[in-house]
Design a binder for this molecule. Structure first.
Ligand code: ACO
Length: 331
């Protein structure tokens, strides 16, 4: 299977803590912390756009791998919050990176977008052994929440993570290096209404001058999403472990989608993953949608939680519904 070689992240400087949200909506640090584990989240500066976050994470991944930007052959940007409907963020990103002539496109699979893009990168790397694929997940969720809706505005944050994927490693790889052992992606459109942004696409009829109302912002049936998220990430993790002949004891670290500490904990409990093998940085960043697992990977690596030789389990869940699991062998 292909390899990740090079990992980078970027989060905006501005920190929004729970005390700040207490001034915006009827909520409390106690409610947010006990229900979600989130203490603070990052917010992009007014002049920062998704491709800026993607750009900085990409530079960090390139720096980590020691590769040149001109070595990149493909750019896949995962985002549910792109710069614009058109042009695609991937093309803005390659302009910022100063490269041309590469295959570049956006992929949106909501919170599971990073692992979906990683899967696509694996297919591409297998088909083209000379490819060097930049996979970036970048989100500015704070621009897609209704800041008067306390049930969603406390949950989300901004950030980006990037990796480089190739079929073969350079002779002396630098930086974060892992073999992508397996990826599982699953979907069920039955529940697509439970997490949605209804307007802004072709579905809601709008015309020039139509006011921007609540339909343009994220809506979520929290309780049902919670149940489905736990169920799906648990079963995907069990399936990928079984089909690779692994047990939970073989896993050094599990990194679930960073939506909510209670979801992470519930998945950990069902899989019997001990506390010290369950990674969470949701207290720092909130839910950064598809960027979440890539940011968590970068933080886990910086914290020394993924030593060489260890096997790491990723699992994600998001709107659609789309859920995933992946196994990485750290080199
Ligand atoms: N502060 C204070 N009270 C609040 C807040 C808030 N920020 N938000 C909701 N409440 C209130 C509700 O109004 C409700 O009050 P009521 O009983 O008077 O009607 C009460 O708290 C309970 O509301 P619930 O929504 O039932 O609260 P719950 O315990 O389910 O927690 C939460 C809500 C945190 C959203 C939870 O359902 C959850 O974590 N769901 C999963 C959502 C998620 O993480 N999705 C992401 C996965 S997919 C993706 O990443 C897009």
């Amino acid at each position: 299977m292909p390899y990740i070689n090079g990992l980078g992240k970027y989060v905006p400087e501005k920190i929004i803590d729970n005390a700040y949200l207490e001034k915006l909506v009827e909520t409390s640090d106690e409610w947010i912390t006990s229900r979600t584990g989130i203490k603070r989240r990052r917010m992009a500066a007014p002049d920062e756009i998704t491709s800026d976050l993607a750009y900085k994470a990409s530079l960090a991944a390139l720096h980590d791998s020691g590769r040149n930007v001109t070595d990149i052959t493909h750019v896949f940007v995962s985002s549910a919050t792109p710069d614009a409907l058109c042009p695609i963020t991937a093309c803005v990103l390659i302009r910022k990176l100063g490269i041309k002539g590469v295959m570049a496109f956006d992929c949106n699979a909501a919170c599971s977008g990073f692992v979906n893009a990683l899967q696509l990168a694996c297919y591409t790397a297998k088909a083209d052994p000379n490819a060097l694929i930049l996979v970036v997940a970048a989100e500015i969720m704070t621009r897609k929440v209704d800041w008067s809706d306390r049930s969603t505005c406390v949950l989300f944050g901004d950030g980006a993570g990037a990796v480089l994927v190739s079929q073969n490693l350079p002779p002396d790889p630098k930086g974060f290096t892992a073999e992508i052992k397996d990826i599982l992606v699953d979907t069920d459109g039955e529940f697509s209404e439970l997490i949605a942004i209804h307007a802004g696409g072709s579905r809601e009829h709008y015309t020039v001058g139509t006011p921007v109302n609540r339909e343009y912002f994220i809506r979520m049936e929290g309780r049902e999403v919670f149940k489905q998220a736990v169920r799906s990430m648990t079963s995907a993790s069990q399936t990928i472990l079984e089909r690779n002949g692994l047990k939970i004891e073989d896993i050094a670290l599990a990194i679930p989608h960073q939506a909510n500490d209670r979801i992470i904990q519930a998945v950990g409990d069902r899989l019997n993953i001990p506390e010290e093998k369950l990674f969470s940085n949701v207290s720092e960043y909130g839910n950064t949608s598809s960027a979440s697992v890539s940011l968590a990977l970068a933080d886990a690596r910086n914290a020394g939680r993924m030593p060489a030789g260890s096997t790491v389990l990723l699992t994600t869940f998001g709107g659609g519904f789309i859920w995933t699991a992946a196994l990485l062998k750290i080199i």
